[in-house]
Ligand binder design. Structure first.
Ligand SMILES: [Zn+2]
Length: 541
């Protein structure tokens, strides 16, 4: 008695097969790197409801779909939307509103920029970032002397490019309660003949950071929007923000829900006590555009400011080992807490001592648990004996750090330790995957510079000719994977993004040139032609 009904259903489905299916958009005649399992190429795809519904040859897609919109790519190259696996997205936006000292060639230029900024903004607390004494003729730390003359009453605090050192004037130090006798652990107050110079390293900066007026909601919203626009112009469709507070995460969620912010954000939660209590109690939060399932922890400082924790002293400063910025007991307690939850632990570790301690702490906390995808952020200097830990721990590295630091890194750590620093190929070989990022605004946002630094191991000046420790260069295919599917994997998101495959978000970029084939030294100049997120063109708008 049910037979006729079955025949009817069959007949109807046959008819609908013959008819073309609906798609919101089809793109044809492209050279598409799908970055799927076989690294296969395609010519066309169809998108519906923000997801890829079919990928294949132009002929196939055209015959199968009737689309509201069609786009003939005329031979342009398409890659999955790019992911920055470690950056500071919100900070980028905040700093876009503050004094920018990046690229300054002397301390005089720093002073000029601060003066110009203040003339325009008339700020009650001057804050900014980006200076780097390694770029100056005189490569020593500056002092607060001139800032005290220029701004006797207005507090000034400007961070070094790596965010691990700060120059503050007397007005700021007074407000923070820092004087010649102040003691600090996990950091340093630089002195000259027992007098404070205004330079603060790592934890010492917190005393000043605490008194900087926090941004208003309006400023915070503007920061997120500014950062998004800038990142879209470089082809990023997901950013892993390495350290956000609950307040900012909730603001991001509300803006995304209102359609005011489109960027997909993997929000690593700053591992403060309040943040940890809240998220461990409430569990993972996940929407299509926001994923909160990891904590960001700091182990040590940075190499440039000699804050990275080393096993043996710095090669350019006697008896100095750098420092851990979180005490060891706390790190172990945090690791155990996170190991007992579903959250991921992502720890900033630069020096070989910091990396060794965290790798061991991870192993102890996870015991028999496998594939928890815990990450080592930077994984910069690794003792030879410690590499094997990376079979289980994901290295999350920033190739432009290698080409920015190469000018002075060997001075800091010597010719032996440098061999196991920025060792991306070695880390990849051990883990099988590597996640790539920039740490912007420490480095520039442009992912093409990451691609170039990873493959050629050169900076934008084309230096050094044969590449810095070129044996640790990645292939183009590995690099593209590190910026897409492996970065997605490091976020537990490989089933929804990171490649152009059916069922995944339609996040992709269109380019005039094929970065997999053009002459390698042309890569830094390559511009992203269009950025698409969820099937929508987000750049140019
Ligand atoms: Zn960072």
């Amino acid at each position: 008695m049910y037979k006729p009904l079955i025949y009817l259903v069959l007949l109807l489905s046959l008819f609908s097969c013959a008819e073309k299916q609906h798609a919101d958009l089809i793109i044809t005649n492209a050279k598409i790197y799908t970055v799927d399992e076989n690294f296969s190429k395609a010519e066309a795809f169809a998108i519906n409801n923000g997801k890829f519904v079919s990928v294949g040859l132009s002929k196939e897609i055209k015959s199968k779909y009737k689309a509201s919109k069609t786009y003939n790519a005329k031979g342009k190259t398409i890659y999955p939307g790019l992911i920055d696996a470690h950056c500071h997205f919100y900070s980028l936006g905040i700093y876009m509103q503050k004094v920018d000292l990046a690229g300054t060639k002397s301390f005089e230029e720093v002073l000029e920029r601060i003066k110009a900024f203040q003339k325009e903004k008339n700020s009650s607390f001057i804050f900014g970032r980006g200076w780097d004494q390694n770029d100056w003729e005189v490569k020593e730390y500056p002092t607060k002397k001139e800032l005290d003359i220029l701004f006797p009453k207005i507090p000034v605090a400007v961070r070094r490019i790596d965010g691990h050192a700060m120059l503050a004037n007397q007005a700021a130090l007074d407000l923070a309660g820092i004087d010649d006798n102040t003691k600090i652990t996990g950091g340093e107050i630089i002195k000259n003949k027992d007098k404070i110079t205004g330079v603060l390293i790592d934890n010492a900066m917190d005393l000043v950071s605490r008194i900087i007026p926090s941004e208003t909601k309006k400023e915070a919203i503007q920061a997120l929007k500014d950062a998004e626009k800038y990142c879209f112009s470089y082809g990023l469709t997901t950013v892993d923000d390495a350290g956000l507070d609950r307040k900012t995460i909730e603001l991001i969620d509300s803006l995304q829900l209102a359609g005011e912010l489109k960027m997909r954000i993997y929000a690593m939660v700053s591992a403060s006590r309040d943040n940890m209590d809240y998220y461990l109690k409430n569990g993972i939060f996940k929407s299509d555009r926001l994923n909160v399932r990891s904590f960001k922890v700091y182990a040590d400082g940075a190499l440039g400011s000699r804050g990275a924790a080393l096993k043996k002293p710095y090669s350019d400063r006697a008896n100095h080992y750098g420092a851990m910025v979180t005490d060891l007991d706390t790190l172990q307690i945090i690791a155990k807490k996170i190991a007992n939850s579903n959250f991921q632990m992502n720890t900033h570790a630069i020096g070989d001592s910091a990396n060794a301690f965290i790798l061991k702490t991870y192993a102890d906390a996870l015991k028999s648990q496998t594939n928890r995808r815990w990450r080592m952020e930077h994984a910069q200097i690794i003792a030879p004996a410690d590499f094997y830990y990376f079979t289980e721990i994901i290295p999350s590295v920033q190739p432009t750090h290698a080409t920015s630091d190469m000018y002075w890194a060997e001075d800091r750590i010597g010719s032996e330790r440098i061999k196991n620093a920025y060792a991306y190929k070695k880390l990849l070989k051990i883990n099988g995957k590597i996640a790539l990022g920039t740490d912007f605004p420490v480095e520039k946002v442009n992912p093409m510079l990451t691609f170039y630094a990873a493959v050629a191991r050169k900076d934008t000046k084309g230096y050094p000719k044969d590449g810095f420790e070129i044996e640790n260069g990645l292939t183009r295919e590995e690099t593209l994977k590190g910026m897409t599917i492996w970065a997605a994997y490091a976020n537990f998101e490989e089933n929804e993004k990171g490649s152009i495959e059916i069922g995944k978000f339609a996040d992709f970029i269109v380019m005039d040139q094929d970065i997999m084939e053009i002459e390698i030294d042309k890569i830094p100049e390559v511009k992203v032609f269009e950025t698409w997120l969820n099937g929508e063109k987000v750049n140019p708008e």
